[in-house]
Design a protein around this ligand. Structure first.
Ligand code: ADP
Length: 399
């Protein structure tokens, strides 16, 4: 990527050190770097590694003279567009000038040099070079932006296809349920069908609510109702909502809560939604009969909620992306579940709206995952009396 603010190089070529020093002093200004060569060969070496805005070449040098050097430069892909000003001693005759222009000169300057004129001319080339660098940088930025837009567009198209798919399944199930409902007369079968249809409606409602939440947060329109609330209360609400998922997958859930009442300034519903989402994902991305652990604790001035499963895990290289909207881990084997990739994006945004952070840790595929939410604590109320014996706050809930 071109850096439009990078210093501008210019090249001085003269066999006499005092001329190089004098020219450098004359042209030097902030943001310019002077490259000095005592011969044509040295100049070509410098041009192999540096981009140069202007070359000032002494015409008469022992060995390769200025004209020969200019011809070499014109034959070189990297150097052929560098503007060249020849510095000549005395008035160069017409023939020599012609040769100079043929070799690629843009100008001739005669010694003794008139400082202001040379400075003025050189500055035009430095400015032109800088403008060109800016244009190149803008072009690169636009190209990168266009690539991002293309990727986002592709993402969106894929997302719409996925959304269609996700909504079609419950709609088909509800349609089928309605059809059967008209034909079944047995009340037990009817209730069974109704429950199935209700579950599908619940699924669709969740998808639509998540989508609306994401767009509300994107527009800054989500309104939290923060109040001081106990960490354990939030966790219990979430566990209650997730239990059916965890049970139906045959997982074992263990929940560990702090002894103290840990006050958070949080929106109860939204925070419970965060933890529910993590528990549901743990259930969803763990093969049947797995283990899900939820630990809520205090560390310093933070409440820490971790949800750990022994499921399919997340490859390291994809862990950075899963909190982005529509992001899903590339399936490497048979997929356990479908999804839209909006749950974790919503979770992250809700956690951040509460002044917290979320992270994921997984040793890789089939190594399980741990999601950690950290939230600021506003007060810790230690319990009045020690609890009766038994591991405090630990419950095992085999499904
Ligand atoms: P969804 O589950 O609808 O695809 P999420 O945003 O909740 O969307 O999750 C994004 C992706 O992160 C999922 O598609 C899945 O690949 C991965 N993921 C989330 N939670 C877990 C987990 N506990 N174990 C393994 N992968 C997970």
């Amino acid at each position: 990527m071109t850096d439009a603010t990078a210093p501008v190089n210019f090249l001085l070529v003269d066999d006499l050190e005092e001329n190089l020093v004098a020219l450098e002093a004359l042209l030097q200004r902030d943001g310019l770097v002077c490259l000095k060569a005592r011969s044509g060969e040295e100049a070509l070496e410098l041009l192999l590694v540096h981009d140069v805005a202007l070359a000032l070449l002494d015409v008469q040098m022992p060995g390769m003279d200025g004209f020969q050097l200019a011809e070499f430069m014109r034959g070189n892909e990297r150097a052929k567009h560098i503007p060249i000003i020849f510095v000549t001693a005395g008035s160069a005759d017409g023939q020599r000038r012609f040769r100079g222009y043929e070799a690629g000169a843009v100008d001739f300057i005669q010694k003794p040099i008139e400082a202001d004129i040379l400075r003025g001319k050189a500055n035009v080339f430095f400015d032109l070079y800088q403008q060109r660098q800016q244009i190149i940088a803008q072009r690169d930025a636009l190209a990168a932006y266009a690539d991002q837009l293309k990727a986002a567009d592709k993402h969106k198209t894929e997302f719409i296809a996925m959304l269609g798919h996700e909504l079609r399944n419950p709609i088909m199930a509800i349609g089928g349920g309605l059809y059967l409902l008209k034909r079944r007369t047995d009340p037990v079968q009817q209730r069974d069908l109704q429950e199935k249809m209700e579950r599908q409606v619940g699924h669709m409602t969740r998808i639509v609510e998540d989508l609306l939440d994401i767009s509300r947060i994107g527009q800054g329109k989500i309104s939290l109702k923060p109040e001081e609330i106990d960490l354990s209360t939030i966790v219990r609400s979430a566990v209650e909502s997730s239990e059916p998922h965890i049970e139906s997958a045959g997982h074992t859930l263990s929940v560990e809560l702090p002894d103290a009442r840990v006050g958070l300034m949080a929106d109860h519903t939204r925070m419970a939604q965060v933890v529910t989402n993590l528990l549901n994902n743990a259930a969803k991305y763990t093969p049947a009969g797995g283990r899900v652990e939820l630990v809520a604790a205090v560390a310093g001035d933070q409440a820490v909620i971790t949800v750990t499963d022994n499921g399919i895990g997340i490859p390291k290289e994809q862990q950075g992306q899963i909190f982005e909207v529509f992001a899903q881990v590339e399936p490497t084997g048979p997929t356990l579940q479908s999804g839209l990739g909006i749950g974790l994006a919503l979770v992250k945004q809700l956690v951040e709206l509460h002044g917290g952070t979320i992270g994921v840790q997984s040793e890789g595929l089939n190594k399980g995952s741990t999601f950690t939410v950290r939230l600021p604590v506003v007060a810790v109320h230690e319990p009045a009396a020690p609890r009766p014996k038994g591991p405090p706050g630990v419950s095992e809930m085999p499904a």
